[in-house]
Design a protein around this ligand. Structure first.
Ligand SMILES: C[S@@+](CC[C@H](N)C(=O)[O-])C[C@H]1O[C@@H](n2cnc3c(N)ncnc32)[C@H](O)[C@@H]1O
Length: 186
């Protein structure tokens, strides 16, 4: 698949929810169409890819070389981000690590291909295609879903996709067993 240059409309739509000045992670960043957008939004960007040199150096950009499919522990360890972006990439075993990389109050924007895309071309390997509802199921619990869609895009690039915007609740007062907020003065 040739590198796309223009940002995804889904990423453009939800990026304003993230305040400039924070830290973003672009997973499988490719040639950097979203890394550039996030930098322009005023975020520091960690761009991880097996071949990170496909995007040029830029102030605020940290290029990280990692094979995300080697079965090693998540290469970014315990680092947490105000925004995590994943587009056109799926490696199921790291979905929990991607969710874990979202900081309290932070946002996950994820868009990739779904089953049915094989009608249109690549990717057609089911390993790279989401099952119905899979993105929503992967984030539900730790993250609150803001928007989720599964749809078929028309020309000029027909594709079956899912996309999601989800936020990790900000850290607040601890909850007691009944689910009500504990009075911090007690
Ligand atoms: C279809 S491109 C998507 C690029 C970018 N996210 C975008 O939407 O423009 C998939 C990216 O996944 C990266 N990739 C593939 N296998 C990888 C692996 N095992 N570890 C890290 N990155 C990988 C490729 O280098 C490529 O940049």
């Amino acid at each position: 698949m040739p590198d796309l240059q223009e940002p995804s409309p889904w990423i453009l739509r939800f990026l304003p929810l993230v305040a400039p000045g924070g830290r973003a992670l672009d997973v499988a960043a490719g040639a950097g169409r979203h890394s550039r957008l996030l930098l322009a939004h005023g975020l520091d960007v960690a761009a991880v890819d097996i071949d990170p040199d496909r995007q040029p150096d830029a102030p605020g950009l940290r290029k990280l070389r990692a094979d995300l499919e080697r079965g090693d522990p998540w290469s970014l360890g315990t680092e947490r981000f105000d925004l995590v972006v994943v587009t056109n990439y799926l490696h199921r075993p790291i979905l929990p690590d991607i969710v874990a990389a979202v900081a309290p109050g932070g946002l996950l924007l994820y868009e990739t291909f779904a089953l049915g895309n094989e009608r249109f071309g690549r990717p057609s390997n089911p390993d790279f295609l989401l099952h119905p509802g899979e993105l929503a199921a992967a984030v539900a619990g730790p993250l609150d879903i803001i928007a989720f869609e599964e749809l078929v895009l028309g020309p000029p690039r027909p594709a079956a996709i899912q996309h999601i915007a989800a936020r990790r609740p900000a850290e607040g007062p601890a909850m007691d067993v009944a689910g009500s907020r504990q009075d911090p003065r007690r």
